[in-house]
Ligand binder design. Sequence first.
Ligand code: MLC
Ligand code: AMP
Length: 521
Amino acid sequence: MSKNLYALFQSRFPNNMSSDFIKSPDGGNLSYSELDQQTAQMAGTLLSLGVEAGDRVAVQVEKTKEAVVLYLACLRVGAIYLPLNTAYTADELDYFMGDAQPHVMVCTSEKYKNLEAVAQRNSVPHLLTLNNKGTGSLMDRFKRTLPHHEVKDVSGDDIAAILYTSGTTGRSKGAMLSHDNLASNADVLHKYWGWVPNDILLHALPIFHVHGLFVAIHCVLMNGSGMWFLPKFNAEEIISLLPKSTVMMGVPTFYTRLLDHPDFGQSICQNMRLFISGSAPLLEDTFEQFSKRTGMTILERYGMTEAGMITSNPLSNPQDNSRQSDRIAGTVGYPLPGVQARLSKNTRDQDATDRDATDGDVGVLEIKGPNVFKGYWKMPKKTAEEFTKDGFFITGDIATIAEDNRVAIVGRTKDLIISGGYNIYPKEIEQIIDTIDGVKESAVIGIQHPDFGEAVVAIIISDNTKNLHEAYILNHLKDRLARFKQPKAIFFLDELPRNTMGKVQKNILRQNYANHFKTQQ
Ligand code: MLC
Ligand code: AMP
C-alpha cells in the first residue's frame, strides 16, 4: 500500500460515502464522496499551477472546509503543506516565505494587497486567494479544473507538512513532519482514545497548528466519521452543539470559558463520551470544577509540533472500563504506544548516560518514536543539537516520570510563554521592542492570566531620550507582531533585576507582577 497519508485516510472512508465528514451548523456540509472528489479536483488545480512533489504550498486562510480540502489535496500530490497562523503579520510572513520558498501561497483577499510585495520579494511564483465563502482566485481556478484522482506514491519519510515553531533565539524553525510521522500518530490516537463508529467531534480549534489540524481532523478521518466544524471557539455555539456531539478537543481556555458560562452543565453533556485537553497545562482547579459540574473527567494529553502527541492519560482503567479515575489532574498520562520517554538530569546533555526514567526525579524529558519529526527545514545543525547521540529528541520540557511510567510536566527549560494554547517566545518580542526609538532594553515574561492561562507582559527600560508610554510601544508592535504575541500589559522600570553574572532575573519580575491580572478582575 502507498505510504501516502491520504491513501491511509481513503482506506478508512465509510461504506456509506454520502455520510458527512464536515458538518456545519449553517448547512454547507461535506460528505465523504464530496471530500474525495474535491481533493482530487484541488489536486488537479495544484498540478495545473506546476506544483510538484516536495514543493511547499503555504496557506494563511480562515478556517473553512475548502482549507481542509486544500490540505488533503497537498497530501494527494505529495506537496508539502505549510499552514500559517492567520494572526501573522506581513512582516512575520516575509521570513517564512524567504525560508520556505513555496511554489504557491494562498491567502484571503483581505490580505492579498499586503502580501503581494512579500510574494514578489521572495520570488513566490503564485499568490492566490481563498475566502470564507469558498470564493477567491484559487477557487475560480478549481472550478475550471478536472479532478486528478491519482494519489502520489511517496515514501513514508517524505515530508507531508512543515509547521513553523519559534525558538529561544527568536528565529522560527520549520518542523518537517513526514507521512509516516503523521500516520503513526493518527493510528495510535484513534485506538488509544477508543473511537467508535458514530463518534462526532466538536471541532472549534484553529487548523494551522498540530492540535486542530492533525490531532483532531486525523482522528475523524481514521474513524471515517463526522465533525461539527466551527470557525472558532464560541462558548454559546459549543453549548448548543454538545448535545449532538460525542468528543471535544480543546485548549484549557476552552474549558475555563465553558465553566464561566451559566448554561454549561451535566444535562447538555449527556451525549458526550470524551473531553480532551492539551497544548498547555490544565489547572487542577479546572479539572476538578469540570468534574463537579458535568460528572465527567477531562482527559489531558501532552504533545508538541515536533512530535505530535507524546503522552496521554488513559481512556479508562483497563480493569474497569467505566472508571475514568485513572485520568489524574496535573499529569499528562503515559507515553503513547511506540513512544519511549526518559529524563535527563542536565538541560542539554547529548552524551549523558545517567538517566533513570522511573526514579520520580525531575529532569528534561527526552523522547523517541515514529511520531518524532525529521528535523528543521534547512537547519541540519540546529536539528542535530536537539537530539541526543542515541537519537532521543530533547523536548525542553521539565517532567517527572513515576514508577508506573506516568508523566507530569512540571516546567520548561525553554523561555516560552503559552497563552491560550499559542506558543510565544519572549526573545522574539524583546528583539523587536529593543529596536523601538527610546528603548534601552526590555524583558518579556509570562504571568498568570484567568482566561489565557499565561499572558505576555513587557518590562521596558527607557534610554531617557523619549517619554515612553504603552500606546507608543503598542503602535510600534502592531504591524510587526501577531496580535496574540503583543503584551497585554507594559511596565516601565529604571533598571532590570540582574544576577551577578549580569543575567536578567525573570523569576523576580514574574513574582513582582504575578498578581497583576488577578487584581484587575
Ligand atoms: C486571541 N488573542 C489572544 C489569544 N487568542 N491573546 C493571547 N493569547 C491567545 N491565545 C487576542 C485577540 O487577538 C484579541 O485581541 C484578544 O486576545 C481577545 O480575543 P478573543 O476574541 O477573546 O479570543 P478568541 O478569538 O476567542 O481566541 C481565544 C482562543 C484561541 C483561546 C479560543 O486563542 C484559540 O483557539 N487557541 C487555541 C490555540 C491552539 O490551537 N493551540 C494549539 C497549538 S499546537 P484584541 O486586543 O484584538 O481584542 C500545540 C501542540 C499540542 O501546542 O500539544 O497541542
Ligand atoms: P508547540 O510548540 O506549539 O507545539 O507547543 C508544545 C509545548 O506545549 C510543549 O513543549 C509543552 O511545553 C506544551 N504543552 C503541550 N501540551 C501540554 C500539557 N498538556 N501540559 C503542559 N504543557 C503542554
